[in-house]
Design a protein around this ligand. Sequence first.
Ligand code: CTP
Length: 394
Amino acid sequence: MKFIVGVSGGIAIYKVVDLVRRFKKRGDEVRVVMTDSATKFVTPELFREISLEPVMTTVFNNEETAAHIKWAQWCDAMIIAPATANVIGKLAAGIADDALTTVAIAMTKPLIIAPAMNKDMFNSAAVTANLSILKQRGVNIIKPSSGELACGVEGVGRLPEPVEIVEQVDKILNADKRLSGYKILVTAGGTREAIDPVRYIGNRSSGKMGYAIAKIAAEYGAEVILVTSSSLEVPPNVKCINVESAEQMRQAVLSEYETVSVVIMAAAVADYRVAEPSKQKIKKSEDTLTLELVKNPDILLELGQRKQKQILIGFAAETQTVEANAIKKLKKKNLDMIVANDVTSEGAGFGVDTNIVTLITSNGATPYPKMSKTEVAEVILNELLSFLLDTPHG
Ligand code: CTP
């Protein structure tokens, strides 16, 4: 492996000297880029001697031109350790004003950061918000450990031991990418059908199941598009398209349909919409109010009719004769798999973090016990993988 180790100015630098040595010892190639403050703690010569490679401390006066771009392209991953509050802030804001941040912003390979600082700094609102921005962008964060800090107090903020950092880096880089090369569209949430400019007809779906699928699919290396009417936090490396109504969801899904290998419809699409939503807020006048509803398009049915090479997975939220109803939907909508659940059972369905599902394919039904929605997502995606391996859907 080829690593760039970005070193910023923290007392934990002494551990990074050992980190570089460990990478070298097992045969990795390592180039070090240092911030100005890092050079106040140790000299670039030390890292040059250990890495046997040039050390970059400035974007100017390097032997190569545009060295920051060439370095970023050369490596398989960049690890910033220790990552100070200042560097984390710069990365989150997209500031590139020195060698380290300029290489980091040019990275197209995995970026891993190991924050290390005083516990109050680490827990500050600014560092917390900046780390969450970076996480959202797909940056891997190695959690600092707890213990005695350089400032003498106890708490979280220590740079983990070099051997642990090496272990974590390997884990991150070898993470299972079994869905890499596949583009997957996932829908989530309950659609909202306008009654007037302030009111809508909705349903109890939270979107959690669809978001869990999108998250795991992205972790497995798929290119993921999430079409959602819910406003939960978008998982890292997921492209999100926000919609409200069934018709908007249909448009968004159809516009991507040709380009995807898989569609997973976890959304609770409203079957009916108000025939003519009022342009003005409806005033309360009469004792009763009648709304005329018309049928919405069935998105999944349409996808099934237009299916070419795509794998289609639907959900069947039922309250009775779950399996029989789900099998009917599987056939009618021309699906490859349907995930059936009884939304009336405790720990299944809307709003909760767990689900109790049965996966149904043309080969039969497999019931699962109560699991977290993340585990359900893993089960669905593993079953999907067997379809993808059977037929080259690329
Ligand atoms: N679905 C859809 N468009 C609709 C309704 C449903 O794409 N207008 C999708 C859902 O996202 C789900 C599957 O079809 O993946 C089954 O949804 P469900 O509401 O259980 O079934 P319906 O076909 O609507 O049948 P019913 O409501 O009568 O049970």
